[in-house]
Design a protein. Structure first.
Length: 422
């Protein structure tokens, strides 16, 4: 869910919201509906991003780098990007050349999805998931409007996610943590195997950051199965990414750039280094350790929902602002609430927030005595920071991040600016 709701949202969420108890998402239904949409008709080369943290950053920087490549007729490559979730609205899940679809285009996509779903009998085995609906619809929409390449960010898992219905040329793997064990498997290895399940016969390169040894072994197994090359980034890799980014953000950005260059190489194109540097410098990734100033107050926003992710955000906030003063955090019962809040113990003021009506926040309430509405909590946090001449860290689920960006009135339509078309 996002901070702002649009009429077309219903088409993407309807099967999930009306699902029967015990049913699960159906990849076969996604494949069938995608067939009606034209998703599998002349699909352009695909770069898929999987992992536990930093996928959005990686995907956007990959798309920006690809926009600096040229086609055989010396035209700039057009890039379709489908990411998850949306920020302020669900329009931002689907972009062409960095720009989110317009409100009119979004409603057109929704109507097309409704027609496609009606053409395919509902499967008894499961429903079309929201992330799957956006993936297959967004890919079809971008390809129909001239996208030469597609960058797809997994929504939840790899083999169990709709991105596995594509056969990617390149797979980028961000840091893999243990998460979603109820859906992806009870161990880190199970999670990694599901994520690497997107690797297929067309995959020529897997680009990854340094991983846990167990995850590394699984990446190498997947590569060997299909004869793909593995490229591992470590330290401070050579990159066109701006130097001022936080270390973790910079690493994920470099991962995206490297994966994009691998795709360009496979398809026989060239990246203009000057144009790539310009496009990468224009990248905006709100809600991923993004820095803002609101009424003179420094505010960092991040969508971390695991102890490791929270710790990384705290480190970045401290390096940027220099003090652990005020944090407004939203961790529902579905997360490791106690461990996430434990990473915030150094802050002078911790305000728990409730961002989703359909989720429970009983653990946060038990720890802190009160959980307040997200908008109220954010306002309270910023006012407290102002009174203390400090800053504010806003951290939690993507739904919460969307509300935070809405309160801060952050621009989210443009993810990056490609060079002008020749």
């Amino acid at each position: 869910m996002t901070a702002q709701h649009l009429p077309g949202d219903r088409a993407f969420f309807e099967e999930w919201s009306s699902r029967q108890p015990g049913t699960r998402r159906s990849l076969e239904r996604a494949r069938a509906v995608g067939g009606e949409l034209g998703t599998w008709d002349a699909t352009p080369p695909v770069l898929v991003v999987v992992g536990s943290k930093g996928k959005g950053t990686t995907a956007v920087h990959a798309a920006a780098t690809l926009s600096a490549a040229q086609t055989d007729d010396a035209r700039r490559v057009r890039v379709g990007l489908v990411s998850s979730p949306g920020l302020r609205t669900n329009r931002e899940r689907v972009r062409l050349d960095g720009l989110a679809v317009s409100a009119e285009e979004y409603e057109e996509m929704a109507r097309g999805l409704i027609r496609a779903r009606a053409s395919v009998p509902a499967a008894d085995s499961g429903y079309l998931s929201p992330t799957g609906a956006f993936t297959i619809t967004g890919a079809a929409w971008a390809a129909a409007r001239g996208a030469d390449v597609l960058v797809l960010e997994e929504g939840l898992g790899g083999l169990s996610d709709e991105v596995s219905l594509f056969d990617p040329t390149v797979v980028a793997v961000t840091r893999v943590f243990y998460e979603h064990g109820d859906l992806l498997g009870p161990t880190l290895g199970d999670v990694a195997r599901d994520l690497l399940g997107v690797v297929g016969p067309a995959t020529r390169t897997i680009v990854t950051v340094a991983q846990d040894p167990e995850v590394t072994a699984i990446i190498e197994e997947a590569a060997a199965r299909y004869g793909a090359e593995v490229v591992t980034l470590a330290g401070d890799p050579a990159t066109s990414v701006p130097a001022g980014l936080a270390p973790l953000t910079r690493m994920n950005a470099a991962l995206g750039e490297t994966a994009a260059r691998a795709l360009v190489s496979v398809v026989g194109r060239l990246v203009d280094d000057d144009l790539a540097a310009t496009a990468l410098a224009s990248v905006q990734v709100p809600g991923r350790m993004s820095r803002h100033t609101f009424d003179g107050i420094p505010v960092l926003v991040d969508g971390a929902i695991s102890p490791e992710g929270v710790a990384a955000a705290v480190t970045e906030y401290l390096a940027w602002h220099g003090a652990l003063d005020t944090v407004v955090a939203s961790f529902p019962d579905t997360k490791d609430v106690a461990a996430c809040f434990a990473e915030l113990r150094g802050f002078d003021r911790v305000i728990p927030a409730r961002a989703d009506d359909y989720l429970r926040f009983t653990e946060a309430e038990a720890l802190h005595g009160e959980v307040v509405d997200a908008r109220t909590a954010i306002t309270r946090g910023i006012e407290g920071a102002r009174a203390g001449s400090g800053g504010c860290l806003l951290i939690g689920t993507q739904s919460y991040v969307g509300i935070a960006l809405d309160v801060l009135d952050v621009e989210t339509d443009r993810a990056f600016t490609p060079s002008p078309a020749d």
